[in-house]
Structure formats: structure tokens, C-alpha cells
Design a protein around this ligand. Structure first.
Ligand code: SF4
Ligand code: SF4
Length: 295
């Protein structure tokens, strides 16, 4: 037996308690998202993080942004009230790696207080080549990367701009940097034992027929799971007038891509401050009135 097989056993044990990576776990184990990452380094045309309302549940939405110390305090409170809590994830409201210092500090604080916590983060992947080693050093073994296309010409319709290494890029050059970094980062993580899930937003008119190629390419880079999600035309976003992709269309695409990679079919497209079982958000119970963002 090598050390690697010990790591594989540990990863399998963690995955069995991760409600997003394991269908069986999703009705038994809870996750909480820590909204400690307000800034984003790209602009997706389907995103609007400014809009928040109590009844809204979609990625990018949170009622407050927390400091690492506030995140620890919130975690402690939630853990005491929610015994099924197994996973702490960072899913915005911006990009986890565009706020790396705060994300790392939050994870370090919680790890010191509760070493058996499983951590995961989701990212657009732009900064993965820069931070993959640190992610692994921190002991994070579940990372989600959103990859919507492989071709800069398609990406130019999905992303408005990319901020990278002090420069501002638009159009195909922006998409090209992002796509290359996403694929490189996935490869680096997967080669080092991280379970990579790839989220893909299905924007029917733009990337609908291209998604099978995306799934194939990320599988070749080592991704373990694919999560094709319907476009939610967020109020205030560039795509606000686009039709919402139907569940039927998404399911048909998942069926098509299932032979390449296992498909996550129970994603709830959660808020950046979601708490609880995936289908039973309890984040409203843990909101701090003093920190509520204006609606
Ligand atoms: Fe919004 Fe996420 Fe895209 Fe950033 S990466 S613009 S937070 S959807
Ligand atoms: Fe899990 Fe999907 Fe919710 Fe992320 S958005 S926590 S993958 S169910």
C-alpha cells in the first residue's frame, strides 16, 4: 500500500459526506457557503451580484459579505445548530480566487477550530494556475470550476471582460486567457488528487451544441464530474432578456454527456450564503440584521 492509496481512501470518505459530489449524501449532509469573496476578476454576461432579495436563490446572491473572523463566528453558530453540517464551501458572491487572502484565512481559522470540516471552493478558474498549489496545501480536495466553452469566439459572447495580471482584456483575447487557465488549472488539480467538478451554464443559443465538447475536454484534463446548469437570466445582467433554459433541455444535454462524465443532476444553483441540506435552505435563520445589504 502506498501513501497515495491512503489519500484516495480519505478522499472517498470525504466525498461520501459531500452533498454536491455524492447524490446519496445530499439528503443526509448539509453544507454552508461562506460569503467571504466579494470581488470578481471577470464579468460573465449572465451575472449580476448587486441584486439581492430574500426570496432569491441563485449563484452570486448573498445578504452580507463576511470577514474571515465573522465567517468563523458564523460557522461556529451554524455548526452548533446543524449537526449534519459536513462541508464549508466558498462560492462567491465573487470569485474565490480573486479574494484568496480572505478565503485562505477563513479556511485556516475554521480548520483550526474544527479539523474534520470538509472544504470546497468554486471558481471561474482564471487564477487556478497561480493558486492550485496553495489550494492543495490547504487540504482542499473538492474544487468546482465553471467552464462554459473552449473557443474564444464563443467565450467573447459569454464574458464581457477579464482582469488578469493588472491588465483589462475584452473579446476573444479575454476568453482565450480564461479558457487556457481553466484547462491548465483543472489539469494541475486533478493530477494532484483533487476531485474537480466542472459547472457549465447552458446558454442554448450560444453554447448549447458546444457543451459535449467542453465535457469531453475537461474529462481529458482529469475532471471527475460535470454539472450542466440552466441559464438563470439574472435581473440587471446582460442576458436578462434571454429565455431561461428549460429543465427538459438541460436533462437532454446531461443524458448526452453522461457517457463522457458522470452528471450532477441535483444541483440547486445555491446562493453564496446558502446553509443546510441542498433542497432546504436555512440561510435566513443565520442572517445578521446589522450586516444586511440593501436590497
Ligand atoms: Fe459573476 Fe461568477 Fe462570473 Fe464572476 S465568475 S462574473 S461572480 S458568475
Ligand atoms: Fe452544490 Fe450546486 Fe449548491 Fe454548489 S450550487 S452547493 S454544487 S447544489
Amino acid at each position: 500500500m502506498t501513501g497515495l492509496s491512503g489519500e484516495a481512501v480519505e478522499l472517498a470518505a470525504k466525498t461520501a459526506k459531500h452533498p454536491c459530489y455524492s447524490f446519496e449524501a445530499h439528503q443526509k449532509f448539509a453544507r454552508m457557503h461562506l460569503p467571504v469573496a466579494p470581488v470578481c476578476n471577470i464579468s460573465c454576461n449572465y451575472c449580476n451580484r448587486k441584486y439581492d432579495c430574500v426570496n432569491e436563490s441563485r449563484p452570486g446572491v448573498t445578504s452580507a459579505v463576511l470577514t474571515p473572523e465573522e465567517a468563523l463566528a458564523k460557522f461556529t453558530r451554524v455548526k452548533a445548530e446543524l449537526p449534519q453540517l459536513s462541508v464549508v464551501g466558498i462560492a462567491g458572491p465573487g470569485d474565490a480566487l480573486a479574494n484568496w487572502r480572505a478565503v485562505r484565512k477563513s479556511i485556516e481559522l475554521i480548520k483550526a477550530a474544527a479539523p474534520d470540516t470538509i472544504f470546497c471552493l468554486s471558481t471561474n478558474g482564471l487564477m487556478l494556475p497561480r493558486y492550485a498549489a496553495e489550494i492543495m496545501e490547504l487540504g482542499i480536495r473538492h474544487v468546482t470550476v465553471t467552464v462554459n466553452c473552449l473557443e474564444p469566439a464563443i467565450g467573447a459572447s459569454i464574458y464581457h471582460h477579464v482582469h488578469y495580471q493588472g491588465n483589462y482584456y475584452v473579446g476573444e483575447s479575454a476568453a482565450n486567457i480564461l479558457i487556457n487557465n481553466q484547462l491548465t488549472g483543472i489539469e494541475q488539480l486533478a493530477a494532484n488528487g483533487v476531485l474537480v467538478k466542472v459547472n457549465t451554464v447552458m446558454i442554448k443559443a450560444i453554447n448549447g451544441s458546444h457543451i459535449p465538447e467542453v465535457v469531453k475536454a475537461v474529462k481529458e484534463r482529469g475532471a471527475a464530474l460535470s454539472n450542466i446548469m440552466p441559464l438563470i437570466p439574472a435581473p440587471g445582467s446582460v442576458f436578462r432578456h434571454f429565455p431561461q433554459t428549460s429543465r427538459k433541455e438541460v436533462e437532454a444535454l446531461r443524458d448526452l454527456c453522461q457517457s463522457e462524465l458522470p452528471q450532477m443532476r441535483h444541483c440547486q444553483q445555491c446562493r453564496a450564503d446558502a446553509i443546510g441540506l441542498l433542497n432546504e435552505d436555512q440561510s435566513y435563520k443565520f442572517r445578521d440584521a446589522k450586516k444586511e445589504l440593501p436590497g
